[in-house]
Design a protein around this ligand. Structure first.
Ligand code: GLV
Length: 393
């Protein structure tokens, strides 16, 4: 049994175990991948202030996210095709999150369906919605999420069209994988993944297959998004969705203070400062770099979450210090899931909790609610290196 001391350990096992097509899907950004890279590297630029001679006993990482008690300020982000990273992946990740006391968010583009996850879990999970052209299908998805006991709808706003990830095109990404000579050669080296996958009936987009009409190819994320995602999504439509959903609404994909103000006006319960893990607008600034400006604009009026680049508890602490109520991990839990199923997701959460707890203590704080900008050292120009031209708003 390997000793797991950090998220990189899980990443290394994940890489060996999972077919290239799905590893690449997770480990890609769009176009040049600049934003994908900077989401991580910008965290490295922020440093922490070491404080001493502070009583460290009785530390607490507990907080709330849209009213829900969480054991630490980390939720599992919605990740498409999670059930291709490991058989029944969404169910396993949701169970690990439930045991750990953090929210799990199910992607519209999941392999296990809303009903599959509901049957195998007790705690309400969150449902992430992509808005489609077919309103009946969207209404149906929302109704299914409500019937499954989901209490929070996470509406993704930054993927009306899909950012191009070169590797997915080259690999012919699909679920289930289409058996080309290259895919067969690669799958032949992933025996345990394949055996587990043969043991589950869940190998297609579970929320879509059998539910959506007029789809050319239900196995392809790119053709589905091109045909079905609503390019006309605007604030008016978002308001209608907000009014339709009885529970909490989180708007995900906010990277600009102007949009944060709009989200506030919509009556959202929280926003997620996010650039979709660097998978959409390549060239956008990293989430952590945009966070302080958005906190300044709306932080006293709405709960602010963030995702993008979080691979450690130190990263979580830095995000909280710069004003995020809480964070999401996507790739970090997928590494664990692909490496060793539910146990791997638990490992990922444990690693992050330990790092977060120790880091907070060494910064001289005992309660996550007391963590603020004072625990960080931010390089000059971190926020203002890029100015908006004066003529633009
Ligand atoms: C969304 O499903 C993505 O691939 O980023």
């Amino acid at each position: 049994m390997p000793v797991i001391t950090n998220i990189d350990d899980l990443h290394a096992i994940y890489r060996r175990r999972v077919p290239k097509m799905f590893y690449d899907y997770c480990q890609s950004g769009s176009w040049t991948e600049q934003t994908f890279r900077e989401n991580e590297t910008d965290f490295d630029k922020i440093r922490l202030r070491q404080r001493v001679a502070v009583d460290m006993e009785g530390r607490s990482l507990k907080t709330t996210m849209v009213g829900r008690e969480v054991s630490m300020p980390v939720a599992l982000a919605p990740v498409g095709l999670t059930g291709m990273q490991h058989a029944d992946g969404e169910i396993l990740a949701a169970q690990a999150a439930e045991d750990f006391g953090v929210p799990f968010t199910l992607s519209t583009m999941s392999i296990c369906s809303i009903e599959d996850v509901a049957r195998k879990t007790q705690a309400p999970f969150w449902f992430q919605l992509y808005v489609m052209r077919d309103e009946e299908f969207v209404d149906n998805l929302i109704g299914r999420a409500e019937a499954a006991g989901c209490d929070t709808l996470v509406i993704t706003l930054d993927l009306q069209i899909l950012g191009q990830r070169h590797k997915d095109l080259k690999n012919g990404l699909s679920a289930p994988p289409k058996l080309t000579p290259a895919t067969i050669a690669n799958l032949a080296t992933k025996v345990s993944w394949g055996l587990e996958m043969m043991g589950t009936p869940r190998r297609q987009f579970g929320n879509i297959v059998g539910h959506a009409k007029g789809v050319t190819d239900t196995s392809s994320l790119s053709s589905w998004t091109a045909e079905q995602f609503d390019p006309r999504l605007d604030w008016g439509k978002i308001r209608k969705l907000r009014d339709k959903w009885k529970g909490k609404v989180i708007l995900k994909g906010i990277l600009d203070p102007e949009d944060a103000r709009q989200a506030l006006e919509m009556g959202a319960d929280a926003i997620v400062v996010s650039n979709h893990g660097g998978r959409q607008l390549d060239g956008a600034l990293s989430s952590i770099r945009m966070l302080p400006e958005i906190v300044e604009a709306v932080g006293d009026k709405i709960e602010i979450h963030m995702d993008g680049g979080i691979r450690s508890g130190q990263d979580v602490l830095k995000a909280v210090a710069l004003g995020a109520r809480a964070t999401y991990i996507g790739r970090a839990f997928i590494y664990g899931l692909g490496a060793m199923g539910k146990k791997g997701v638990t490992h990922a959460l444990e690693v992050i909790r330990k790092e977060l707890d120790t880091t907070m203590a060494l910064c001289g704080e005992k309660d996550i609610h007391d963590v603020g900008p004072h625990v960080t050292l931010v390089p000059k120009g971190f926020r203002g290196e890029w100015e908006r031209p004066a003529s633009n708003s």
